[in-house]
Design a protein around this ligand. Structure first.
Ligand code: ZN
Ligand code: FE
Ligand code: FE
Ligand code: ZN
Length: 268
């Protein structure tokens, strides 16, 4: 099969991934991928904000390591990117990061639904048990819409991340999904099919088929990402992801080069 680019992969600088970028790239070449992009967790406003982001002093090393991967794997197109945490109030910091290197794209991800709760953190599952899922999902999707409208991001990461540990609202969430997707469409922002969900309790690609169907109807473009935290995870379950995208009607994925978007057919 013709693989779309894997635009979501991490490096050891975030402290919870293994393998150097050049090893991820080598694995991509073995699989027959033509294009990948590194999108490690961005430096936060303070290095001690949490323990799973690279530090600001490491940003230049990150870029250098991606360049080494390019030199060692000349047949592969390798994009330079970050997965950036969106929190309200951090916009100026994100603009500062954007100005430092010629990034191909930023993936805007919401993990934090408050300044201190990253809802996908396994160490903080107890927080879920204190609340009704609906309120958490609502806060999450409000932030996701803000991220899409901010102009800071080309791609929105793992759209329905709150399903990770299976805390599903019993209420209907169609309205919040639709409102986010409309915002993404209006701002020309893509969403990703992220296969890491298949490796979590929810056992499902982010986003769900239902959200992806809505995205297609709304006209939101897509990218693909394994969210690899080790070289062996590159391109994982991409066949299933491409099949899902085709099933709901998509015929193209998008490429980003210095933040400009280009639509690529699955057959090319
Ligand atoms: Zn991570
Ligand atoms: Fe993430
Ligand atoms: Fe990630
Ligand atoms: Zn991620």
């Amino acid at each position: 099969m013709n693989y779309p680019a894997d635009y979501h992969m991490h490096t050891p600088l975030c402290r919870h991934a293994v393998g150097e970028p050049t090893e991820y790239a080598a694995h991509a070449v073995e699989l027959g991928l033509k294009e990948i992009g590194f999108s490690d967790h961005n430096p936060m406003i303070r290095n001690d904000y949490d323990d799973w982001h690279m530090w600001i002093e490491e940003l230049d090393t990150y870029v250098k390591n991606v360049e080494i991967a390019r030199e060692h794997n000349p047949s592969l197109v390798i994009k330079l990117a970050l997965e950036v945490d969106f929190l309200p109030g951090h916009e100026d910091w994100i603009r500062e990061l954007a100005s430092r290197h010629p990034w191909d794209y930023f993936i805007g991800s919401v993990h934090y639904v408050s300044d201190s709760w990253d809802l996908d953190n396994p160490k903080k599952i107890s927080e879920w048990k204190l609340r009704e899922p609906y309120g958490v999902w609502k806060t999450y999707f409000d932030r996701l819409s803000q991220a899409a409208a901010s102009g800071l991001f080309q791609i929105i990461g793992h759209t329905d991340l709150p399903k990770k540990f299976c805390f599903y609202p019993k209420e209907d969430c169609t309205e919040m999904f639709a409102s986010f997707l409309k915002t993404a469409r209006e701002h020309g922002v893509a969403i990703e099919l992220n296969t890491a969900g298949l490796r979590k309790d929810c056992k499902e690609i982010y986003p769900s088929r239902k959200i992806l169907e809505l995205a297609f109807e709304t006209g939101v473009p897509i990218t693909f990402g394994s969210d690899a935290h080790s070289p062996g995870e590159v391109g994982l379950e991409f066949q299933q992801a491409v099949q899902l995208a085709k099933d709901v009607g998509y015929t193209q994925w998008c490429r980003f080069t210095e933040r400009r978007r280009e639509d690529i057919s699955f057959d090319s």
